[in-house]
Design a protein. Structure first.
Lengths: 267, 518
């Protein structure tokens, strides 16, 4: 299929010619337009465990891969707290995400129950469920902790942002200075030192922290590498391919002192 | 094979994985997402007629509520959406990003070219994810993705209850094959503490917290905790090493390190050989040393199995090396132990020099800055040096838009009617008086956009003034609104200033810049 050389194709492009294809390519589709089924109602064991710990009034750290349903834990907790007539704070790392969560929660718990406070937006500040950026929560811990009197928990979504060079400070100051009666709930992607984080939080908060780690993905991942020839290789194959390619290139450069690049491109 | 300089075009990549769509195709530049989407759209079409009609319908509905949705720059996106192809990056307006996200969730997009931001937060699962490259610019340097970053994105592959596995593909570039990354979930990087002491942190601590609480932050933050832990671990390891070293001492016989010992003799012989070399032979004292060694070697060698001794000696050197490595690390940790106290005192001294505080007491500037969370010193100085109060509101909008803004290399905005030279002068004098650069970040670049928006320009007019993208303009003005709210709070009883700032904020927070749906 390589009759058309790179140089020729470039010429065509310059002439402003479009590819001569009349009809566009279509994939073979097995699952045409079926909607993704909603997540299972049945709780996974790690979710149930987290919910039990929370019900017992513990600080809880959950580390699990994306898509395993950490959010469900948060939603259950929020439901319980609101049912009990208390308040709860939900913080997320980015404004767009806070806005999104606000919309989700109003759909779930009702508009009057949810407030949103980011640097540039503030809606229903006295609501029992407050969606905030972590920076705002941090500011409240300093300036008006009394606003948090009726709140039982703060949920930190994406807690691994602690490691963010620009913004990690807001998470640290929040954890250290949140009023003592507030329970901490951290939701994090998989991190190897989640137990270390938990023991740090336990030390600064003066209360134990329960750790829940889920290492298994809901759907396991399979990694593949795509070569310049469009072949899909597994890890071993890819490492070997790259090794050979580098070796060949070294050989080529030695053999072709000039114009080697052009020759390589048409290999 | 249709190829671009030896690489498969993204058409070919998609061809190879066409059984596993929808795919999220990650790349780390906005331009590249658009380029690839355009390229794919020339060859592929993923939607049936009725789906195309549905897409057109949804676009129409969205355009009705957001006139000028695609604006002058996104015509191509509108066209490729009907082929089931799209791109998504921070340069898009929020309304467009939202449209793309909705279409994706409705399974009307089969290949979405996107940047990292698509993988933060809201979960948009796909059948597969593709990495066009594994290197990104992180604001400081080009570097390979961390395992944590890679899996944050890769993990979007695999829809629960739908795909048996999530497929992740890394492209091997024909020119830079060694840049293709290999990642493992076993090697995800640990989270480290990153506390930074800002002027606001110091003011907040001084104003609201007790000495005991201040020390809690300085002595118990995550970085200190992790260093202490590491320190304790090293101490344990060192004690273990000492024990092993002591045990090894017992292996040697009393003659060790005397000329009768095999080990000592081989060492001496080696020295003798080295002294015999030409370059050393002539040096003063060498001849005497050789005589001395020869004399020592005349002693009879002890008859023994020297193997256990040499083994033990080798182990000893190994352990000693490990020990000194640990001790070095221990010294590094020790030298950083008081970092936070030092940083805190440094900022406190600066605030004292600039009359923000007097001891623990906050002065008017300090009380003002207490409510600011970006560039608190610069903004306070702007206000206290009369560059804000009673100035024309469009000028104030222009000045404040530039706070904390770092322009990209190729960003350009047509200059506005206002001169911002006074801000530059103030900034320079602050830097001269010892305020660190990172406490005075400001750029005149976005100013004209903010003042034009304040004066009622349309979003399209703003776009015609600059090569910045819709999303950038949006975030410049949203960030300014955030800052204006902080200044309003800081103004407190100063109703004049508060009204002035509020007026600017309300006029900025409109139309395309307003947050949709809230």
């Amino acid at each position: 299929m390589c009759e058309m050389r790179a140089s020729e194709r470039r010429k065509n492009l310059f002439a402003g010619e479009k590819p001569r294809q009349k009809t566009k390519r279509r994939p073979f589709r097995r699952d045409s337009g079926r909607a993704v089924p909603a997540g299972p109602i049945q709780l996974d064991p790690f979710q149930q465990l987290a919910i039990n710990f929370l019900a017992e009034g513990h600080n809880v750290l959950v580390a699990a891969p994306t898509g395993t349903g950490k959010t469900l834990i948060a939603e259950r907790l929020i439901g319980q707290v609101l049912d009990g007539g208390r308040g709860i704070v939900y913080t997320s790392p980015i404004k767009a995400l806070s806005n999104q969560k606000y919309r989700d929660f109003t759909g779930m718990f009702g508009v009057e129950k949810v407030g949103l406070i980011t640097g540039d937006v503030s809606v229903n500040e006295r609501a029992p469920l407050l969606v905030m950026t972590t920076e705002i929560f941090r500011n409240w811990c300093f300036a008006n902790p009394e606003m948090l009197d009726g709140m039982t928990h703060v949920i930190f979504d994406e807690l691994h942002y602690l490691d963010d060079r620009e913004r990690g400070t807001a998470w640290e100051e929040s954890i250290i200075f949140a009023p003592p009666h507030i329970r901490i709930v951290g939701l994090s992607a998989t991190v190897p030192n989640v137990r270390e984080l938990a023991s740090w939080i336990a030390e600064v908060r003066g209360r134990p922290v329960k750790v829940i780690e889920e290492r298994c993905r809901a759907v396991p991942l399979e990694l593949g590498w795509i070569t310049p020839e469009s072949d899909v290789l597994d890890e071993g194959g890819a490492r070997e391919y790259i090794r050979q390619r580098l070796e060949r290139r070294r050989g080529r450069w030695a053999a072709l002192p000039e114009g080697g690049d052009e020759a390589l491109a048409c290999d | 094979m249709a190829q671009t300089g030896g690489n498969p075009s993204c058409s070919e990549v998609i061809n190879a994985i066409q059984n596993y769509l929808p795919a999220l195709y990650f790349t780390f530049s906005r331009g590249k997402t658009e380029l690839l989407a355009d390229e794919l759209s020339r060859e592929w079409d993923f939607l049936y007629q009725r789906e195309k009609a549905r897409v057109r319908e949804i676009i129409k509905e969205t355009e009705d509520t957001h006139p000028g949705l695609f604006g002058p720059r996104r015509g191509k996106l509108k066209q490729i959406l009907t082929q089931g192809i799209a791109y998504h990056h921070a340069g898009l307006s929020p309304a467009l990003k939202d449209l793309v996200e909705r279409l994706y969730e409705m399974r009307l997009i089969y290949v979405l070219f996107c940047t990292e931001t698509f993988a933060v937060g809201v979960n948009f699962p796909a059948a597969s994810t593709v990495f066009d490259t594994c290197r990104k610019w992180d604001g400081r340097e080009f570097r390979g993705l961390l395992n944590r970053e890679f899996f944050q994105m890769a993990g979007r592959a695999g829809r629960r209850g739908f795909d048996p596995v999530g497929r992740v593909y890394v492209r091997i570039d024909h020119r830079f094959p060694d840049q293709a990354g290999f990642y493992s979930e076993e090697e995800i990087e640990p989270v480290r503490g990153r506390l930074v002491i800002s002027p606001n942190t110091v003011l907040s601590l001084l104003y609201w917290k007790t000495d005991e609480e201040i020390n809690r932050l300085l002595d118990q933050n995550l970085a200190v905790y992790q260093n202490n832990r590491e320190g304790r671990k090293i101490k344990e390891d060192l004690a273990g090493l000492e024990e092993k070293l002591a045990a090894l001492e017992g292996v040697f016989c009393p003659q060790v390190d005397t000329p009768a010992c095999y080990m000592m003799r081989s060492k001496l012989k080696k020295e003798l050989r080295s002294l015999a070399r030409k370059n050393k032979r002539g040096r003063p004292g060498m001849r005497e040393r050789r005589e001395e060694i020869r004399e020592l070697l005349k002693t009879a060698q002890k008859k023994c199995h020297h193997r256990p001794c040499t083994e033990a000696r080798r182990k000893q050197t190994d352990l000693a090396e490990r020990k000194s490595r640990l001790e070095r690390r221990m010294r590094v940790l020790g030298s950083h132990a008081r970092d936070y106290e030092r940083d805190f005192n440094r900022v406190w001294d600066l605030l004292e020099d600039m009359s923000y505080v007097e001891g623990r007491k906050l002065l008017p500037r300090g009380v003002f800055a207490l409510h600011l969370h970006v560039q608190e010193i610069l903004v306070t100085e702007l206000v206290f040096n009369g560059l804000i109060r009673d100035m024309p509101p469009a000028l104030v909008a222009a000045i404040l838009a530039g706070v904390d803004y770092v322009p990209g290399r190729d960003d350009s905005v047509e200059p506005g009617p206002y001169s911002l030279r006074e801000v530059e002068t103030l900034r320079k004098s602050l830097l001269r008086s010892g305020v660190p650069e990172n406490f005075c970040v400001w750029s005149p670049l976005p100013g004209p956009l903010a003042s034009a928006w304040y004066e009622g320009a349309s979003f399209e007019e703003l776009l015609s003034m600059t090569n910045l993208q819709e999303g950038d303009i949006f975030s410049i003005i949203r960030r300014e609104i955030d800052l204006l709210r902080q200044i309003e709070r800081a103004a407190g009883d100063d109703t004049g200033l508060r009204r002035q700032i509020e007026n600017i904020r309300l006029r900025l927070d409109r139309d395309e810049i307003a947050i949709p749906g809230i």
